[in-house]
Each structure stands twice: as C-alpha cells, then as structure tokens.
Design a protein around this ligand. Structure first.
Ligand SMILES: CCCCCCCCCCCCC[C@@H](O)CC(=O)SCCNC(=O)CCNC(=O)[C@H](O)C(C)(C)COP(=O)(O)OP(=O)(O)OC[C@H]1O[C@@H](n2cnc3c(N)ncnc32)[C@H](O)[C@@H]1OP(=O)(O)O
Length: 232
C-alpha cells in the first residue's frame, strides 16, 4: 500500500524537490484549514447562511494563488496541459471574484456550498497526491481518491457553479453591473448579463473536455493504459 514510486518531473533536482515538497504540503494544509473552518462553522451555526462570508478571505487568497499553477505549466515545472489547467483555474477565479465576491445577494445560496465542498475535497486530495508522490511514498488510497473522487466531485462542482451563476442573473440584469452602455466616448458596449449566459453555455463544450481528460488520466494512472493525447 505504501512506497509506490511515481516518476518525478524532469526538473526535480534535490533542491527543487525539497521546495516542491514544502509547497505541496503548504497548499494542502491551506485547503485543509479551509475545510476545518467550513465544518466548524456548520457545527456551530447549524446553517450554511453566513458560511461564505466567514471563509471568503481565505478562499480568495487560496484560489487566486492557484494562478501560479498556470505559470508552472507555462514554464514547464509541471508537465500538465496549459490549456486544461488554464480553463480549470480561470473558471474558479471567475467564480470567486466576478460572481461570489461581487454579487453579495447570492453568497448564501446552497449552490455556493456545493462548489466550495467540491473544490475543497478535490484540492486536499490532489495536493496530498502530489506531496506523497514527491516523497516517493504514495498510499494507494490517496492515488485511488485522486483518480476516483472527481467522478462525483466534478459534476457536483459544476452544478454548484452553474446554479450560482443562474441565481446571480436577475441581480445582474436589474443592476446592470459591470456593463457598459452606449453612447460613450469609446463607442463600445458590454452586457455582463449576456456575458454570464455565454459563460454558462461555454460549460457545455468545455466541461466534457476536462472530465474526459481526467477519465483518461484515471485509466493511465490506475490501470496503466498507454494513452496518446492529441495536444492542446
Ligand atoms: C473568464 C471566464 C471563464 C469561464 C470559463 C468557463 C469554463 C467552463 C468549464 C470549466 C468547468 C470547471 C469546473 C471546476 O471548477 C469544477 C471543479 O473543479 S469541481 C472539483 C473536481 N475537480 C477536479 O477533480 C479537477 C481537479 N483538477 C485537476 O486535477 C487539475 O487541475 C487538472 C489540470 C484538471 C488535471 O490534472 P492532470 O491529472 O492532467 O495533471 P496533474 O497536474 O495532476 O499531473 C501531471 C503530472 O504533473 C505532476 N504534478 C502536477 N502538478 C504538480 C505539483 N503541483 N506538484 C508536484 N507534481 C505535480 C503530477 O504528479 C503528474 O506527474 P506524473 O505524470 O509523473 O504522475
């Protein structure tokens, strides 16, 4: 169960590895802190109302920090697809800053809890996987969890995100927030309401790409299948 070897990224010099181990444990620890804060809140208050407000600072900090993941892919520190990581991270940054942070009336929606729980469980599992892989002692359960939990957590997270955007629509329409109306000196117009509709529609082609990517990774890592990916 313990001690399974996972190939290290090519850059993994001893120094890089030590820093990598520290960073992975650090990231995992931060998401663990968020999970504990959410459980404590729910146990103390017995409701999800106010949960987002109580954890928002931590969430914004952690999720914004995830932009580094795109940079890591771009500069080749990790061998992950820039496109897959870019879509994954940008959709969450969008949810955090342009939806839940900006539209206060939706912060107590149940759907916010859905994506918060899905993201948190996923990130704890994912960063545990990276940490133990770099330590060269990967418990099978962590590997199994990394490549099985997503089967449920991805649809749960996506449902939470879409329902939250949907709940934001009436407010966005009523207030005209983030929208630019004509006439103006630049002669441009932008309607955030329609932008949100287009964003919701973009889940239809984009989410299956991510989900099938993870299913292929699952077959590769858990069942040892050799998969030739068309690059992104
Ligand atoms: C501006 C408006 C934007 C609107 C966009 C609308 C888009 C709509 C569609 C998007 C929907 C997304 C919804 C989403 O937010 C919902 C959720 O996330 S719900 C929760 C469930 N989610 C998941 O399970 C996905 C979790 N994410 C990932 O797993 C990764 O981000 C992903 C890039 C998707 C997949 O990773 P993959 O398995 O391909 O590669 P890895 O990066 O895990 O691994 C590759 C190898 O690199 C090593 N590695 C990578 N990172 C590290 C690291 N930090 N430390 C150490 N090693 C690392 C890893 O071990 C692998 O090595 P090896 O191949 O040797 O094993």
């Amino acid at each position: 169960m313990f001690g399974e070897k996972i190939p290290l990224p090519a850059c993994a010099s001893t120094n890089c590895l030590t820093k990598g181990q520290a960073r992975q444990s650090h990231v995992k620890f931060r998401w663990l802190v968020l999970a504990i804060a959410m459980v404590r809140f729910y146990m103390e208050k017995g409701t999800h109302r106010g949960l987002y407000k109580s954890i928002q600072k931590t969430l914004k900090f952690f999720q914004t920090f995830a932009l580094l993941e795109i940079i890591h892919c771009l500069i080749g520190i990790v061998p992950t697809s820039v496109l897959v990581t870019g879509v994954q991270v940008s959709s969450r940054i969008f949810m955090v800053w342009l939806i839940t942070h900006s539209i206060k009336p939706i912060q107590n929606e149940e759907s916010v809890v859905l994506f918060l729980v899905a993201w948190t469980v996923t990130e704890i599992t994912r960063y545990s996987f990276y940490t133990f892989s770099l330590l060269d002692h990967l418990p099978y359960f962590i590997k199994w969890a990394r490549y099985n939990f997503f089967i449920i957590l991805y649809p749960v997270g996506v449902a939470g995100e879409l329902l939250t955007i949907y709940a934001a629509l009436p407010y966005v329409k009523k207030t005209g927030m983030f929208s630019i109306r004509l006439p103006n000196k630049y002669n441009v117009s932008f309607d955030y309401y329609y932008f949100l509709l287009i964003t919701m529609a973009s889940y239809i082609p984009l989410f299956p790409q991510l989900y099938f990517h993870m299913l292929r990774q699952r077959r590769k890592v858990l069942h040892g299948e050799v998969i030739v990916e068309k690059d992104d």
